[in-house]
Design a protein around this ligand. Sequence first.
Ligand code: DX5
Ligand code: ZN
Length: 217
Amino acid sequence: MSENTIIAPSILSADFAKIGDEIKRMEIAGADWIHCDVMDGIFVPNITFGPKMIKDIRKLTNLPLDVHLMIVDPIRYVEQFAKSGADYISIHIEATEKVEETLKKIKDLGCKCGAVISPQTPVSALEKYVPMCDLALIMSVHPGFGGQKFIESSLHKVSELNRIIKIVNPNCILEIDGGITENNIEDVKRNGARAIVAGSAIFGSKDPASTIGKMRS
Ligand code: DX5
Ligand code: ZN
């Protein structure tokens, strides 16, 4: 597997009324994945969109769709997201008591599975799921909104998780999400993050291609 950095623009910062243009804009700018934030207004204090949006985006692009579920009891919906064309489906370990069961179901549905921790959750709580994950995601802001400031203590968590991944499952992709900019991406990459989610930094850029290029190199 190539060790290149994966840049995943988060459409939370896109104009939802022009989603087709926004996805194309990211594709042309060189995005590797499209990160889709699903929020239910209960696990997080914001509401975004559901499987229908993923299904419609699926028709617009061949880029992998990285679906980040911020919803309680995600097992209820993983089948709908898989059928809608998600490639990666990630769930918060704080959102369910059925973490293993849900991850397994995502795999059985033919998708790649990911486990996510919010800033208040230690890496030790995530560790036991790493062997069965294709993706492990550290939130570097409190989930719910784009445009927040990067929480510096996330860097230690990235390096701790990177050590664990190297030992127990080197194929698992370490992803980071929240507050990433051209200015701090070097630090997160140095600590071991491979997939980088960025919303406001990319969608808010005057030149997304240049921003993505700088973030990747
Ligand atoms: C926050 C979302 C993020 C968000 C990142 O809950 O999971 O994906 O869109 O946005 P920025 O990059 O602006 O922090
Ligand atoms: Zn996200």
